[in-house]
Design a protein around this ligand. Structure first.
Ligand code: TXA
Ligand code: MG
Length: 356
């Protein structure tokens, strides 16, 4: 990776957004805010521009990108046919944290879809992203704006930590609202198939379609599969997502202090260079009554699954930056947004135990 470019820091004022559009129009790469996480955007109709996204991220070529458009009408510019299911989902949840997988128009560069005959499309719910899309008038391919296998960025500082010198610009619009990525749904058939849990919950999808949520569960792709069986439908599951620099433990709700205390007492911790104690702790729901054991640092205390979702990737990055040896995170019920939160936490624990 060569960090040769100087990455422009842009704000959200009109002249900054004009500059972002100018860079994108010329085939450049610009990190833009969405309501979920920051995306690394380039024009989706330009093979060379899309190649720059893969190069900057160090992303495997066989992992396709999400195409972002500003309106329902523009979905038809990249996907066909628009199934009744997709129409219903988009009418209900767009703009918002939902991505639909549909048949790809043959005019899309194959690099965007990694050679698949399907394309993932979404209409993001962020005024800056929508303004840029509208002004540019071209769909934007945009994966999360992190180096491959790093946590998705929820601030412009996270983007720069991974990609400074590798991309043309970043537009800083403050922290993103949802904090986890969009829900990816295969909408080519009659029933939705959830390929990745995210900002729109299964309960919301089932409710909008008048379906029994159980039916949705039954059609779930096994996201733990690394093998070829599900890999074709959900290409992202083939790749280790996020590999934390420190082991991550999930504790039961209300049990974080005990768990951290026990790990501390067991000793034998990988030695962290951090000055402030070896174990980081994230509690959920203000359950922390007991005093913290020596060497345990409380780095976050979200009130519920929604707040944990909003802060999770930031907390993972902070735990790494503090040089902590271990991070203990209290889990949440795997319902609603909690399902996506637990999915990301399970990936982090699985990856950290593979490397430990
Ligand atoms: O919230 C989000 O979705 C963010 C923002 C920037 O929009 N984007 C994002 O992109 O998370 P990325 O590339 O990090 O994740 C896209 C996921 C990957 O797991 C990829 O494999 C899957 O969507 N995907 C893309 N195209 C697909 C397709 N044609 N069929 C199945 N899965 C697809
Ligand atoms: Mg990503």
């Amino acid at each position: 990776m060569s960090r040769r470019r100087s990455t422009e820091r842009l704000g959200t004022d009109p002249s900054s957004l004009t500059r972002a559009v100018e860079l994108l129009r010329a085939g450049g790469t610009v990190a833009l805010p969405t309501e979920t996480v920051y995306g690394l955007a380039a024009r989706a109709d330009d093979d060379d521009a899309v190649a720059r996204i893969f190069a900057a991220k160090g992303r495997p070529q066989d992992n396709p990108l999400i195409v972002h458009v500003p309106t329902l009408a523009a979905v038809a510019g990249v996907a066909e046919p628009i199934t009744p299911l997709a129409e219903e989902l988009l009418r209900t949840f767009a703009p918002g944290p939902l991505t639909v997988v549909l048949g790809a128009r043959p005019t899309l560069p194959r690099r965007v879809t990694a050679g698949l005959d399907s394309v993932a499309v979404r209409i993001p719910d962020h005024p800056v992203m929508l303004a840029v899309l509208t002004d540019l008038g071209v769909p934007l391919a945009a994966p999360s704006a992190n180096r491959s296998s790093r946590p998705s960025p929820t601030t412009a500082a996270h983007v720069l930590a991974d990609l400074d010198g590798l991309i043309d610009a970043v537009v800083d619009a403050g922290p993103t609202r949802v904090g986890l990525e969009s829900t990816v749904v295969d909408a080519r058939g009659e029933l939705p198939v959830v390929l990745r849990d995210g900002g729109v919950t299964r309960e919301q999808i089932a409710g909008a379609l008048g379906l029994d949520p159980q039916l949705l569960e039954g059609r779930t792709v096994d996201r733990t599969a690394d093998g070829p069986a599900d890999g074709v439908r959900s290409p992202g599951t083939r790749h280790p997502h996020y590999v934390p620099a420190l082991p991550v433990h999930v504790a039961a709700r209300g049990d974080g202090v005990m768990t951290a205390g026990r790990l501390m007492a067991e000793g034998d911790l990988p030695s962290g260079p951090g000055p402030r104690g070896a174990i980081g702790l994230v509690t959920v729901g203000g359950s922390m009554a007991a005093p913290l054991p020596d060497g345990v640092v409380l780095i976050g205390a979200p009130r519920d699954a929604t707040e944990l979702a909003a802060g999770l990737f930031r907390l993972l990055r902070e735990a790494e930056a503090l040089g902590l040896a271990v991070l203990v995170v209290e889990g949440v019920d795997p319902v609603g947004l909690g399902r996506a939160v637990m999915d990301r936490l399970e990936r982090a624990t699985a990856a950290s135990s593979r490397t430990a």
